[in-house]
Structure formats: structure tokens, C-alpha cells
Design a protein around this ligand. Structure first.
Ligand code: GLN
Length: 479
């Protein structure tokens, strides 16, 4: 097997026993990027700075990683795959990057994403879409599609993504890898370019559950630079991987098994339930009665927050600036308008308009305030279920990966593909996706596990027990 096909924990074991070196692994990954990325297009930029790519002696985790292009790295162009940030080189590292550097990480490059993380397919990237390594005609999911495609195509050993409404879990599901959205406040958002600040969270995308536990340990922890970071100790997540789920009660929300859920996905989830039952978990039907409002609630709150977060991109301080050729209103206003018109793509403009509308006087109470109330009801549903269950289980996405172009003219059908992922962000709880099957067409299917706030250990424990009992994570892309 090629070194780039290994998991991080396998690599660390081999390095420890002297059977390989971080440098050999890095070379294997870089060669694979050179060979494969012209087809996969997982990366929008590779790192060529020796500081970031040379293994350091004695490093604890010298593992090649892909970084979503909305996470700031000193001196490395960071664009959120938006023209408006062309040329923007942050002067500081995001906290997760600082932690990765301290762990000895090897940075392969910046991964493709939907512009400002607006989307579920990476088709909204100003650099064009990434492709699903299992079928190059399909999307890898989004918005962290480049990160998930890089891991699935063995162009990185693991990756960081960000998840505002499913952007780690849905691409993980489409690409047959593991993706974790941590509890809101578990991982610092400092240096993550904000989409919707009350929902955003950075998390790992990896080849198996153990790697997710390891990477989550590396990036988690309180950070005084993020006022929403929570000061609670970080357990050793790998200790939760006992292989045992006896005594755990897992809820199955009846609202999840609805029209629009692909029968092949449904079957794989039912099979996964059987696997976990055999391992000793108890299942019970539960209800999340307000989940039907989650898409509407999310798209009001997320666009409202996005419209104010994106106000800072005006051509003055960051990235692109267009100098108007004729005077219309005033030199400065003309410059703002032309810069924003040229810099933002269609979906970003749509969201700025939607968000500005729902925050405007006269509509605020009808939309924004109502959505905030909806958010509380959705969160209360989860709180109630977690008084009787240790975790919840369901599909990550209603379908497998769709074809490039299939939904790009229909924003509503694209938004509906987030139906199973977005309630989690509204509630702040952790959730993850892991492979649980393949469709007849050969596309991966994802199983989603939800836990209560700071319940990552229970979630990872169930995921790992399921993974131990199945072989899905061992299936490798051949490109
Ligand atoms: N697909 C969702 C959206 O378009 C979620 C994106 C995300 O999590 N960043 O907003």
C-alpha cells in the first residue's frame, strides 16, 4: 500500500518503529497531489514555504494536512474561494493553525470550498468545483468539498473543514470519509473567516474515527481570542474508543425517515442500526417535532449573520479593489459598489440580500426574531431527547453525491440537501458523519451520529464501535 493511503495513526506507529519517516510520507502525498489533483481539484493553492512543509525532528504529529481556504495562515493567501479576497495574506495564524504548527503538522495546501462556505457542492467556488474522487462527474459535497476530496483521494492524510450547517459532515458523507462537527465553543474560531458566527465551528475530516479523535485533541481547547470559546477541559478522545456500546441508548427520530430520503441511504442506516444493536446498544424511537422548521430557520439566521459579516469586504482593507472609471455617486461609494459587484459571486450576493432583508426594519420581527424563536424550539427538542438517550442516529444527507450542475440552478433544492445537518448547528451540539455503505452506483453513504453538548466522547465511541464491526472505511478510491 502507498504511504499516502495510510491513516495518521498508522503512520505514527510506523514512524515510531522506524519503518518510515515523515519525510517519506510527505513525499508520497505530494507526488499524489501532483498526479491526481488536476482531476480532483481539491486544492486551490499548495504550500511551498519550507517552514510549513519540512518535517521537524521530534514533532509529535508530523502529518500532511489540507486546510480549508477560510482558515487564516500567516503569509499564505487565504481567499474563502472568493474573488473579493484575492491577494489577501493574513498577518496572523488562526488558533487551530498555531496548534497544528506546535504539533509539527506538514501543510499540503489550501483546499477548495464554496465561496465563503455558502453551499453544499463546492460549485460556488470562484475557482470552479472540486470533483468527487469516487466519480469525477459528481460533486464532493460542500462547502468543505476540497478538504473531503483531498482526504478521500489520498492527497492529504487528514484535513480541517468548517461546519456552519453541515459543511464538514455532508462532504465527508459524499466522499466516504469521517467528518466531525464539534460542540459550539469546543474549537476556537479565531482566524476562521466568519460566515455565521453563532453557528460556525472548525473540525476534522479524516479516514477513520481514531484519526478524528486524535485531530480533535490537537485543535480543541479554550482560547481567550474567541469570546465564544468554552473553558472546559479537553479529554483524551482516543480513550473513548473502547469498541463497546453496551448500555448506551440511541434515539432514532421518526422525522428523519421522510419522503425524499433515498431508499439506498435508508437501507444503509437501517443496517447500521442492526450492527449497533448486535454490539449491545439499545434503540428507541424519538421525536424532534420542530426539525421540519430547521431549513427555514437556518437560512434566515445564517444569511442574516453572513450579511453583516461580509460588510467588512469593501475594497478598503482586504483583497480586491476596483477603481471606478466614471464618477456616479462619490469616488468612495463607487469604489465600494464596483468592488463588491466584481468580487462577490452570485450565491454570496443572494445571501447578502436575503440577510439584509430579514434584518431590515419592518421585517426583523417577522423573520429574524421568529427564526431566533424557532432556533430555541429546535434546541429544546434535542435537550428533551438527550434526557432519555445518549446519542441520536440518522442519515447525514438524504442522497449520495449528485452530479455537477444538477442543482446549481435551483438554490432551494440545494438548500434542502442540508435537511439532516443544519439543526445540529442551530442547537450547538456535536455531530459526525462516517461511512456506512455504498450505493449501487458506487457512491459512499454517510451515517450521522449526534450527541449532547460536549458529548464528543460518546459520539466517537459509538462511531468507532460501528467502524470496528464494518469494513466501509477500508474501501479505497482508485483514481
Ligand atoms: N450548505 C449549507 C449552506 O449553504 C451549509 C454550509 C456550511 O456549513 N458552511 O449554508
Amino acid at each position: 500500500m502507498d504511504l499516502n493511503e495510510l491513516t495518521a495513526h498508522e503512520i505514527l506507529d510506523l514512524v515510531k518503529s522506524g519503518k518510515t519517516t515523515p519525510s517519506d510520507v510527505n513525499q508520497a502525498v505530494l507526488k499524489n497531489v501532483k498526479d491526481k489533483d488536476k482531476n480532483v481539484k481539491a486544492y486551490v493553492r499548495t504550500c511551498d514555504d519550507a517552514e510549513l512543509t519540512t518535517p521537524k525532528t521530534g514533532a509529535a504529529f508530523p502529518i500532511p494536512i489540507a486546510i480549508k481556504d477560510n482558515i487564516c495562515m500567516t503569509g499564505q493567501e487565504t481567499t474563502c474561494c472568493s474573488k473579493i479576497l484575492f491577494g489577501f495574506k493574513p498577518t496572523y495564524d488562526a488558533t487551530v493553525i498555531k496548534k497544528l504548527k506546535a504539533s509539527g503538522a506538514l501543510f499540503v495546501g489550501k483546499a477548495n470550498m464554496d465561496e465563503f462556505a455558502f453551499g453544499s457542492s463546492t460549485e460556488n467556488s470562484c475557482f470552479g468545483p472540486s470533483r468527487n474522487p469516487w466519480n469525477l462527474e459528481c460533486v464532493p459535497g460542500g462547502s468543505s468539498g476540497g478538504s473531503a476530496a483531498a482526504v478521500a483521494a489520498h492527497e492529504a492524510i487528514w484535513a480541517l473543514g468548517s461546519d456552519t450547517g453541515g459543511s464538514i459532515r455532508q462532504p465527508a458523507s459524499f466522499c466516504g470519509v469521517v467528518g466531525v462537527k464539534p460542540t459550539y465553543g469546543r474549537v476556537s474560531r479565531y482566524g476562521l473567516i466568519a460566515f455565521a458566527s453563532s453557528l460556525d465551528q472548525i473540525g476534522p475530516i479524516t479516514k477513520d474515527v481514531r484519526d478524528s479523535a486524535i485531530l480533535l485533541n490537537i485543535i480543541s481547547g479554550y482560547d481567550e481570542m474567541d469570546s465564544t470559546s468554552i473553558n472546559t477541559p479537553v479529554p483524551d478522545y482516543t480513550k473513548a474508543l473502547t469498541g463497546d456500546v453496551k448500555g448506551l441508548t440511541i434515539g432514532i427520530p421518526k422525522e428523519f425517515f421522510i419522503d425524499g430520503l433515498d431508499p439506498e441511504v435508508k437501507k444503509s442506516i437501517e443496517d447500521a442500526i442492526e450492527v449497533l444493536k448486535k454490539k449491545g446498544a439499545t434503540f428507541k424511537e424519538v421525536s424532534l417535532p420542530h426539525s421540519e422548521y430547521s431549513v427555514a430557520t437556518y437560512y434566515i439566521l445564517a444569511t442574516a449573520e453572513a450579511s453583516s459579516n461580509l460588510a467588512r469586504f469593501d475594497g478598503v482593507r482586504f483583497g480586491l479593489r476596483k477603481q471606478p472609471s466614471t464618477l456616479r455617486k462619490s469616488p468612495i461609494v463607487d469604489m465600494f459598489e464596483e468592488t463588491r459587484d466584481a468580487g462577490f459571486g452570485a450565491e454570496a450576493k443572494r445571501r447578502i440580500m436575503l440577510g439584509t432583508y430579514s434584518l431590515s426594519s419592518g421585517y426583523y420581527d417577522a423573520y429574524y426574531l421568529r427564526a431566533q424563536k424557532g432556533r430555541t424550539l429546535i434546541k429544546n427538542d434535542f435537550d428533551k431527547v438527550f434526557t432519555e438517550c445518549d446519542a441520536i442516529l440518522g442519515p447525514t444527507a438524504p442522497t449520495t453525491a449528485f452530479k455537477i450542475g444538477e442543482k446549481s440552478d435551483d438554490p432551494l433544492s440545494m438548500y434542502l440537501s442540508d435537511i439532516y445537518t443544519i439543526a445540529v448547528n442551530l442547537a450547538g451540539i456535536p455531530a459526525m458523519s462516517l461511512p456506512c455503505g455504498f450505493s449501487k452506483a458506487g457512491l459512499p453513504i454517510g451515517l450521522q451520529i449526534f450527541a449532547k453538548n460536549f458529548g464528543e466522547e460518546t459520539m466517537l465511541r459509538i462511531a468507532h464501535a460501528y467502524e470496528q464491526a464494518t469494513e466501509w472505511h477500508k474501501k479505497k478510491v482508485k483514481l
